[in-house]
Design a protein around this ligand. Structure first.
Ligand code: G3P
Length: 247
C-alpha cells in the first residue's frame, strides 16, 4: 500500500509574529512536492493566524491538547476548541512533554483517544533515550509507548507515528539511515503482530531528530521511513528542501 509522504514542522516554543509570517510567506510561495503532506505546528498562540494564512496545501497542528471536556483546566486547550477553529492535527507524546511535563504513556494514550474521538488527526511521538538504546531497549521502549495507545484505540487511520530518538532531538546527532530504518521496521512489525497487518501497511512512520536539508534525502530512501517530524530546521527556509526530499 502506498503511504503518502508526510513532513511535519514542530516549531516548539519558537517564533514571533514576524518570524512566523516569514515562514508562512516562504511556504506559501514555494513549489512544494504535491505528493507530500505538509503540517506545521506553531506555538498555540499562533495557531489561528497560522491556520488563516497557510495556503499551498499546508495544514496546521497543535503541539498538545488536553483529554477532558471544556472545564477547569487552567492553561490547557481542549479538543473541541481545536476542532472549532479548524485545526485538524495535534502532536502528542513528544519526548519534551514526556520528560519536562511528566506525561506518562497512559496520559498520552488518553489524549490520543480524546483527540481521535473529536475527529483530530494525531502525530504520535515515541522514542528511546540514549541510555535505553545503549541497553538494547530501543524497540521495547517504542513498543511499550505504542501499546499504551493500542490498548485504548481501534482506528489507526488518523494516526501518524513519529519515531524520535531522544538522543537525536536538537543535538545535531541524526540517527544513521540504518539505525532509523531498523527502528521503523521494528515498529511496523510490532504494529503488524499487535494491531493488524493492514494497520502496519497503512500507517505512516516519520523519523524525527536533527533532520536537515542535508540528511533528509538519504533517510527518505528507506522503505519504512514515510516522512519527517522536523524541529529546528522547520523554522528555516531550507524546510522546503526537506518537504521536497522525495523530488
Ligand atoms: O518534533 C521534532 C523534534 O523533536 C526534532 O527536533 O530540532 O532535532 O529537528 P530537531
Amino acid at each position: 500500500m502506498a503511504r503518502t509522504f508526510f513532513v511535519g514542522g514542530n516549531f516548539k516554543a519558537n517564533g514571533s509574529i514576524k518570524s512566523i509570517q516569514g515562514i508562512l510567506d516562504n511556504l506559501n510561495g514555494a513549489k512544494l512536492d504535491p505528493n507530500t503532506e505538509v503540517v506545521i505546528a506553531p506555538p498555540s498562540i499562533f495557531l489561528l493566524t497560522t491556520a488563516e494564512k497557510a495556503s499551498n496545501g499546508v495544514k496546521v497542528s497543535a503541539q498538545n491538547v488536553f483529554h477532558k471536556p471544556d472545564g477547569a483546566w487552567t492553561g490547557e486547550l481542549t479538543t473541541k476548541m481545536l476542532v472549532e477553529h479548524g485545526i485538524e492535527w495535534v502532536i502528542l507524546g513528544h519526548s519534551e512533554r514526556r520528560t519536562l511535563f511528566h506525561e506518562t504513556s497512559e496520559l498520552v494514550a488518553d489524549k490520543t483517544k480524546a483527540a481521535l474521538d473529536a475527529g483530530l488527526n494525531v502525530i504520535l511521538c515515541i522514542g528511546e533515550t540514549l541510555e535505553e538504546r545503549d541497553a538494547g531497549k530501543t524497540l521495547d521502549v517504542c513498543c511499550s509507548q505504542l501499546k499504551a495507545v493500542a490498548d485504548k484505540i481501534q482506528d489507526w487511520s488518523k494516526v501518524v507515528i513519529a519515531y524520535e530518538p531522544v538522543w537525536a532531538i536538537g543535538t545535531g546527532k541524526v540517527a544513521t539511515t540504518e539505525q532509523a530504518q531498523e527502528a521503523h521496521e521494528g515498529i511496523r512489525q510490532w504494529l503488524s503482530s499487535s494491531v493488524s497487518a493492514d494497520v502496519a501497511a497503512a500507517t505512516r512512520i516519520l523519523y524525527g531528530g536533527s533532520v536537515t536539508e542535508k540528511n533528509c534525502k538519504d533517510l527518505a530512501t528507506q522503505p519504512d521511513i514515510d516522512g519527517f517530524l522536523v524541529g529546528g530546521a522547520s523554522l528555516k527556509p531550507a524546510f522546503v528542501d526537506i518537504i521536497n526530499s522525495k523530488l
